[in-house]
Ligand binder design. Structure first.
Ligand code: ATP
Length: 365
């Protein structure tokens, strides 16, 4: 088991024309499960490949278990990587695939290797596949073998590169739980790359969000969800995404009045109002999550009146697309079923409102 420390990692391609990873620092604790998430091309795989030793950083350092491994060859790093495409040897049997890494990285006798492979196969429930070749296996079975091959080596660190992307939705959910259970039982430090924010949020002890090669935020999934550091993070985590509206800001004492064109005004008071006044913003971005919008069909009170454009039922909930902005969604209980074109009243609690600067680069709350 080991900590993994990334210090100001940078990776350029094409003589510096592409900066895949930019000044990335991250500390993964011993036994921790950290998910790294971000849109396509944000540098997730490159980061993981640098940790594995498959890619040499342009600058910066990588420490595993306190040892500087930046210049250590991949085969001499005690890490095991699981890939999206499984990367099994097609001509070897499952047993040979699992034993191969052991033969390369340990001095175990043949009998000891066999015992370990069988123990791990039992743990992964793939004993009956040991004599099969990869071409005879389903995608899910291949991925179990790939996991087994990583586990059998008892590495210091597991590196997962989108390992579930090629599996169907149901199997993906089962395998998520299985990977978490195994990692928990083995206590091995794990770094798990995915583009799927839901996967990252449900699996990670901690989540690290990358965009354009730059680390945006790290933290416990719930805390990132509740306190995003910028608009990118706010809209990237959570589904459907946080609704965003442009507002102009005027203040009166500790009251801040946010106006969305002439559609509506919303007043923040107390501490939040004071913070807006102190920040001296003329324009801002107001963020509100779909699940935090209170919708009522009674046209009374002092909420915001708007029209329902689309009603999308998703089982336990309905998504209401409201005329407040493009793709402005309220997630409401399935019992609330307005029809398209109905006028409804929406309200949001002040504690659920996020306010970002005009460019969405920093957050007030
Ligand atoms: P995805 O989810 O699509 O796999 P990612 O977040 O893993 O994306 P990377 O594969 O790390 O992103 O790529 C980051 C950037 O570096 C991209 O712009 C990519 O095109 C570029 N890149 C990656 N590998 C190379 C390479 N070998 N040569 C040139 N450019 C590369």
């Amino acid at each position: 088991m080991a900590t993994v420390t990334l210090q100001s990692l940078r990776k350029e391609f094409d003589n510096g024309r592409i900066v895949a990873v930019d000044d990335l620092s991250l500390e993964v604790e011993d036994g921790e499960f950290v998910t790294v998430v971000g849109p396509s091309g944000c540098g997730k795989s490159t980061t993981l490949r640098m940790i594995a030793g498959l890619e040499q950083p342009t600058s910066g350092q990588i420490f595993i278990g306190g040892e500087d491994v930046t210049d250590v060859h991949a085969r001499n790093r005690d890490v095991a990587m699981v890939f999206q495409n499984y990367a099994l040897y097609p001509h070897k049997t499952v047993e040979q695939n699992m034993a191969f890494g052991l033969r390369m990285s340990t001095n175990l006798s043949r009998a000891e290797r066999e015992e370990k492979v069988h123990q791990t196969a039992e743990m992964m429930d793939i004993e009956e596949l040991l004599d099969d070749r990869p071409s005879e296996l389903s995608g899910g079975q291949k991925q179990r073998v790939a996991l087994g091959r990583a586990i059998v080596r008892e590495p210091d660190v597991f590196l997962f590169d989108e390992p579930l992307s090629n599996l169907d939705a149901k199997l993906r959910t089962t395998m998520r739980t299985e990977i978490q259970r195994l990692q928990d039982e083995l206590g091995t430090t794990a770094i798990y790359v995915t583009h799927d924010q839901e996967e990252a949020m449900t699996m990670g002890d901690r989540i690290a969000i990358l965009n354009g090669g730059i680390l945006q935020q790290t933290g416990h999934p719930k805390s990132v969800y509740q306190n995003p550091t910028n608009e990118f993070v706010g809209t990237f985590v959570g589904s459907p995404a946080m609704n965003m509206l442009n507002v102009s800001v005027t203040t009166e004492g500790d009251r801040a009045i946010l106006a969305n064109g002439n559609r509506f005004t919303y007043t923040l008071d107390g501490d939040q109002g004071q913070r807006v006044a102190d920040a001296d913003l003329a324009e801002a971005r107001l963020g509100i999550r779909p699940e935090n919008i209170i919708v009522s069909e009674h046209l009374s009170g002092d909420g915001i009146e708007t029209v329902v454009d689309v009603v999308e039922p998703v089982g336990s909930d309905n998504y209401l697309y409201l005329d407040l902005g493009k793709n402005f969604i309220a997630r409401v209980d399935a019992d609330l079923e307005p029809t398209r074109g109905d006028t409804v009243v929406v309200e949001f609690d002040q504690s659920d409102v996020h306010l970002f600067d005009q460019d969405g680069e920093s957050v007030l709350f």
